[in-house]
Design a binder for this molecule. Structure first.
Ligand code: HSE
Length: 298
């Protein structure tokens, strides 16, 4: 018995919500096949599209699956095939897609002993292997869909957030690799009270804007006082891309996850595509290869 999965790309942080906010893209993602096998344990039998380790303990999908199987008895094992489209170090949740896919697939084959929210804690172990930190802001939207909030890490409390139907994301991925661990190492361990006040004001504003479909409020709240100033210097053309997005109708724009991808949110597909075109022109002008994704949030 086997299951074939779409493992979506995700945008974490969403400017003001470092490590707590994320959203799920409808059209960008990997594929995965999870299969029951007579042999106990977890084996990664195939990886296509990326040079990643097949050893279970060194692979994010394997580690997430093992974390899950530690808590439940099975008299069979699992084989996993991974077909990667999301590049590692892209900032749109490559490791999260694999970690979430593995635990989701196994849970389905086991008859769903865990809720989707309960799966987050296992998928986070894949994130820990990939970046040294068990954050949930990519795996939560990958598993639950839509927008999610990590209200608390200890105890883990994941909240699904309603969002307007017409909201679209445009993501540009300049073809350089930025490791999450490196992008985390530039951050400061302390923030000023002044910055914190602005940041939590914006988090509240963004959530309120999503629930009330207040696009202006969503736009005003997509602002990051704390992380973006430190990380944006690692991303070629960041200011120009953000400016192009805002000039072409984006509600807001910022770093996707730990970068180097840059996202913009907008109302309606047409505007999202226009933003994608404007972003392309920026990177065409500086001769930097890139990939663009325009996607509904789902
Ligand atoms: N919240 C994490 C970070 C996401 O920004 O480091 C990593 O994909």
């Amino acid at each position: 018995k086997e299951i074939k999965l779409f493992c979506p790309a995700t945008i974490a942080n969403l400017s003001c919500g470092f490590d707590v906010l994320g959203l799920c893209l409808e059209t960008a993602g990997d594929e995965m096949i999870v299969r029951k096998s007579d042999q106990k344990g977890v084996r990664i039998t195939k990886i296509v599209g990326a040079d990643l380790p097949l050893e279970t303990e060194k692979n994010v999908a394997g580690v997430a699956a093992l974390a899950m199987l530690e808590t439940i008895e099975t008299d069979f094992g699992f084989e996993i095939e991974i077909y990667k489209n999301i590049k590692a170090g892209s900032g749109i949740g490559s490791s999260a897609a694999s970690s979430a896919g593995a635990v989701f697939g196994i849970n389905e084959l086991l008859g769903r002993p865990f809720s989707r929210k309960e799966l987050v804690q296992f998928a986070m172990q894949g994130e820990k292997l990939a970046s040294g930190n068990a954050h949930a802001d990519n795996v939560a939207p990958a598993l639950l869909g839509g927008f999610t909030l990590v209200r608390s890490y200890n105890p883990l409390d994941i909240i699904k957030i309603d969002s307007p139907e017409e909201l679209y994301a445009t993501v540009v991925h300049p073809q350089i690799e930025l490791k999450t661990s490196d992008a985390r190492s530039v951050l400061k361990q302390n923030v000023s009270l002044k910055s914190a006040i602005m940041q939590w004001g914006n988090v509240g504003g963004l959530i309120a804007g999503l629930y009330t479909k207040d696009y202006d409020l969503i736009g005003r709240s997509l602002h990051d006082e704390i992380v973006e100033p430190l990380r944006s210097v690692l991303i070629p053309g960041f200011d120009l891309i953000k400016q192009a997005a805002l000039e072409n109708g984006a509600l807001g724009s910022g770093i996707s996850g730990s970068g180097p991808s840059i996202f913009a949110l907008s109302r309606g597909k047409e505007t999202a595509e226009k933003i994608g075109k404007a972003m392309s022109e920026v990177y065409d002008n500086i001769d930097l290869p890139y990939e663009i994704h325009v996607s509904k949030i789902n």
